[in-house]
Design a protein around this ligand. Sequence first.
Ligand code: PAF
Length: 283
Amino acid sequence: MQTAYDRRQLEQALAPYRDAGDRIALVPTMGGLHAGHMALVQRARQVADRVVVSLFVNPTQFAPSEDFEDYPRTFEADRERLLAEGTDVLFAPGDLVMFPDGEGAVTVAVDRVTEGLEGASRPHFFTGVATVVTKLLAGVSPNLAVFGKKDYQQLVTVRRLVSNLLFATGVEEVEIVREEDGLAVSSRNAYLSAGERAVAPGFYQALRHAVAEAAERSLAPEAVEEVARRRIAEAGLWPEYAEVRRAGDLEPVTDLEGPRVLLAAAHLGSTRLIDNLEFGSVE
Ligand code: PAF
């Protein structure tokens, strides 16, 4: 595995693969790698000849009040895991590589799909993500980029920017990886105390209950959201939002005819968790 820290080293590492006509997959990460990331790398391995993993803790997607300073930075352990998983290139750019003219010099804003849900409480977040993902796609020029469904709105945002900026990159999506008790794997789970960790699986259970009730009682979307919020609170978390949207593009819905996704954010102590569950008929 080669490690590239800047554009020139990246191009040196990738040139032989490009010359050979290899299909290259990019897995963008912020490090702190866990089983969810490794599922992305494994998928990349399956669908491409060469795997590039980027590791950049993007300051522009954190608000001042968020956990940028505390975000897990485990570079050596990450490198070992990526090596063991058969990664070809680790791209670990510094701030000056990503923002040579400062953080705001060039930004990419994606509208509509970034409104509401995560965008409501984190207005800076998707512009930060879209800007960095655009730079990574431009720098690596992968045939495919791999994203997880855990950050569902991010996945939809990336699809939107790829199609609107005419990138010749396919977007490959990977299902949420869960712990045995159902908790979605996340870097932020590391912040939970033992007591909170015992409560946390109730979040996903609440979403499952809401979706099951929707089917049994032919509920309207608002009723499903209400059940989800109530169940999340009963499980011992504070529900920030629970919303039903159309699966795939997150358009608002007024009924449950067709593929849907229930998306939610909840707080447990000082930790904010997100999760989602797709349901309804798949076209
Ligand atoms: O999902 C993440 O880890 C980040 O949002 C991403 C896509 C690497 C952009 O910084």
